[in-house]
Design a protein around this ligand. Sequence first.
Ligand SMILES: *[C@@H]1O[C@H](CO)[C@@H](O)[C@H](O)[C@H]1NC(C)=O
Ligand SMILES: *[C@@H]1O[C@H](CO)[C@@H](O)[C@H](O)[C@H]1NC(C)=O
Length: 403
Amino acid sequence: MLAASFESEKMHRRRRRSTKKYLYFGIISIVIIVLIALRPWTYSLKWKNESKYMRCIHSNEEKDNSEVFQAYPEYNKDTKIILLWTHFFGSQTWFIPKLGRYILDRNNCSQRNCLFVTDRCYLDRSDALLFHAFQITQFQRPAFRLPHQRWAVYALESPCYHDLSPIKGTPWNGDFNWTISYRFNADITVYHGEIFKRPSPVHNDYDAIMKLKKKQVVWMVSNCQTESKREKYVEELAKYIPVDIIGACGKLQCPHGEDCLKKIATEYKFHLSFENSLSEDYMTEKFFKTLPYPIVNVVRNGANMEAYQIPSDWYINTRDFESPKKLAEYLNALDKDDTKYIKYLKAKEQFSSIDTQDEYCKLCEKLHDPKAPVKQQTDLYTWWNMDNSGKSKACKEPSDLNF
Ligand SMILES: *[C@@H]1O[C@H](CO)[C@@H](O)[C@H](O)[C@H]1NC(C)=O
Ligand SMILES: *[C@@H]1O[C@H](CO)[C@@H](O)[C@H](O)[C@H]1NC(C)=O
C-alpha cells in the first residue's frame, strides 16, 4: 500500500517534470522562431547566437582567414581588425599582395598593430570596415554594426566619373564614419606621391643635359576620351608645337617603368601631366613620378598646387594660359631660351618624390588613437560632389577649349 502510493507520487512528479520540460522547450522554440523571423533575410552569412558569442558559419564563397591570425602570434586584444568588406574593383584583397600586417610592414608604418582580413565572419570582431565607394551597392549591408566599429569609405576616382548617385537616398549615404580619399577634407587624405628633400645635394651638368634634349613636348596617355577633354586641348596644342604621344592614344611606345621616364626626360623638354578630370584636389601620380627627373611638367588639373605645397616655379600650369595656342607660344619661347628653361629644373633639383600608400598606415594609427572622435558622415553624396567650400561642384567643366 505504502509502496503503491509512493510509486504513484513518483510517477506524478515525473509527469510534472516532463510537462515542465515541454513548456521550456516550447518557450525556447518560440524565442528561436522570433529571432529567425527578425533576422534580415538579405544577409547571406549565417550568424548563430551561441551563448554570448556570435559564431559565423562560412558559406561557400567566404574564405576563412584564420591563417592570418596564425601568422601573427603577437596578435592580442589591442590588435585592430580591418575588414575589407567590398572588393576594390576586381580584387577582394584590394590588390594588397598579402592580408594580415603585410601592407603595414611594407610601408614601414609607425603603428602596425592592425590586421587586414577579408573574411566576413570577423564582422563581430572588426574595428573597421572598408568599403570601395564606387562598388558599395553591389555588396550586401553588414548585418549589424558594433558601437565602436568605424565604417570607412574609400574613394580615389574623381566625381566627374563617379558621382556616387547609386548611394543617393539609400541608408549608405549616412552610414560612414570616415572618408579616405585624395580630398584634403577627407578624414584620411591619400597622396599619390610625397615630395622630400634629397639627402645629398645634386649637382647637375645642365650643358650636358641640354645637349641631349632635342624634342619638345611628350605626353604619355592611355585613356583617350576624358571628362577634362584633355585630348581636345592637346590636339589644339599640337598645331603650334610638336607633341609626341606615347601609349594607347598615340603612335609611340615606351617600355613600362623607370627606364621610360629616364628616356623621355633625356630627350624631351616638357612633359604633360594632364588629369582626366578637373576636380577639386584631384591630382594623380603623373606629376610626382616625373618630378625627380630633369624635365619640366606642364600640369592641367583641378587641384590647388599650393595646397599640395608644390612651388609654382617647378612647373607650368595650363590654367595660367588663355588657350592652348598661348601655352604653345610660351613653350616655344622657353625652347629657345636655355637659361630660362634651366631655371625650372634648378628650382626642383634638390627634391625628389616617392609613391606612398600610407593611407593604410594612417587608418591603423587612427584606430589606435583613443582621441579619434565618434563621427558620422551624414551626407556622403553631397560631400563628394561639392567642393571644399561646399558652395560649388567639385567637378569643374573645362573653360579653356573655346577655339
Ligand atoms: C622601409 O624600410 C626599409 C628598410 O629600412 C627600406 O628598404 C624600404 O625602402 C622602406 N619602404 C618604404 C615604403 O619606405
Ligand atoms: C559611425 O556612424 C554611425 C552612423 O552612421 C553612428 O551611429 C556611429 O555612432 C558612428 N560610430 C563611430 C565610432 O564613430
